[in-house]
Write a protein of this length. Sequence first.
Length: 252
Amino acid sequence: MAISFDLKGKTAIVTGCSTGLGQGICLGMAEAGARVVGVDYVAAPETAKMIADLGGEFTGIEANLLSIDPIQGILDQTLAKYGSVDILVNNAGIIRREDSINFSEKDWDDVMNINIKTVFFFCQAVGKQFMKQGNGGKIINIASMLSFQGGIRVPSYTASKSAVMGLTRLLACEWAKDNINVNAIAPGYMNTNNTEALRKDPERSAAILGRIPADRWGLPADVAGPAVFLASSASDYVNGYTLAVDGGWLAR
C-alpha cells in the first residue's frame, strides 16, 4: 500500500508556497518523494530550507498570481528543468473582510482574480500539458469551509471558494476520460495568515473553537496528508470531490 502513496519521480507545482498551508503541502509532497516547484509573489527561503533538510528537491519561482500572465512562464520553467509536470496544487489565495454593504469593487476583483480566475487558467494550462504528455495527472484545488457555507463579511471570498468547488466538479467531469483527477481540499479554520484577525479576536476565536469538535485550530501539517493522497495513485478513482479537513466543523 505504501507504494500507492509514493510520489518519487513526480513533479508538483504548488502555489502560495512561502507560508501556511502551501508550505505544509510542499513539505508533504517532498516527504512523499516529489520534486516541488513552489510559486509565490515573494521568495520562499524557509520552505526551500525545510525541504532541503528533508533531502528533497525544491525550485522556487516568484510570480504574482493576481494576474494570469505568469502561468505559462511558470509551466515553461518547470518543463525546462524537469521535463514534465504531474501534480498541480492551486493553493494561492487571498481574503478581504468588510461588511457586504460597504464592500469595494477592488476587493471583489482582487479576490476573484487570484482565487478563481487564476485557478481556472492554471488548471487549463496544466491540463493541456497533461493531455500532451498522455499520462494523466492530478490537480488539487484549495477550497474552504465557505465553499459549503455563507460566512460573514467575506462576500468575494465566499463567492470564489464556492466557485472553486463547482469548477473542480466540472473539470473532473470533462477530464476524467484523459486520466486527469481534479479534486479539492476544503480546510477548516487553520492557523494561517488568513485567519490571523479571527485568532486575535478573543470572542470570535472562542466561538469558532467552541464549534470545532477537535477543539483546536488546524495546522498546515493537517492538510499535507490529504494532499499527498489526492496527488498519488491511491486516489485514482477519486474525482470531482471536495474533501473537508476541518476537525469535524461540518459534522457539528
